[in-house]
Design a protein around this ligand. Structure first.
Ligand SMILES: [Cu+2]
Length: 176
């Protein structure tokens, strides 16, 4: 029994010392005393191509009021479209976009962007300074990898759906 107690006390003492060492090590990391390069992480994102559709009719329905066909012009470029009124009086407005459209990483991170074409038969995507224009078709995934070397922003866009199918990668300073 005595021996058991001694070994328990010894075990607790070792655990306490290990705890102190672990705490010191953690504080070292918090105050940036360790190698900052080792703190960079791998970040992976899936960015879908999507479109929002507002669907309505010039005629009232039991659960929806009538909506007149709009007498306005949206920017050209393909990203914002008003479909012609159909024979039943229905019409719709469409907006193409990336989801998500804002990506946040830290300087030094290894970044993987997986672009997935979910909606729209084709898109032509550029990631500024990272990937020259590439096309993607529905059901395809194209992967871009890079290291976020500089603090700032990196734009990406689809040239088939201007001016609004755009996104931004925000590279924040690394805080260790
Ligand atoms: Cu597009």
């Amino acid at each position: 029994m005595k021996n058991l107690n001694k070994s328990v006390i010894l075990g607790l003492t070792i655990a306490a010392i290990a705890g102190v060492i672990a705490t010191v090590s953690l504080e070292g990391q918090m105050f940036g005393q360790t190698n900052t390069a080792s703190a960079a992480s791998q970040k992976t994102f899936y960015i879908a191509t999507v479109h929002l559709d507002g669907i309505t009719s010039i005629y009232p329905a039991s659960d929806h009021p009538s909506e007149p066909y709009p007498n306005s012009t949206l920017p050209s470029g393909g990203g914002l479209v008003i479909k012609k009124i159909d024979s039943m009086g229905g019409w719709k407005v469409r907006q193409y976009m990336f989801a998500p459209s804002v990506i946040v990483v830290n300087q030094g991170d290894q970044v993987t962007l997986n672009f997935v074409d979910v909606q729209g038969p084709e898109h032509m995507i550029t990631v500024d300074g990272i990937a020259p224009q590439f096309d993607i078709h529905r059901g395809e995934m194209k992967t871009i990898t890079f290291t976020a070397d500089n603090v700032g922003t990196i734009d990406f866009w689809c040239s088939m759906h201007e001016p609004n199918m755009r996104g931004e990668i925000v590279v924040l300073p690394r805080i260790n």
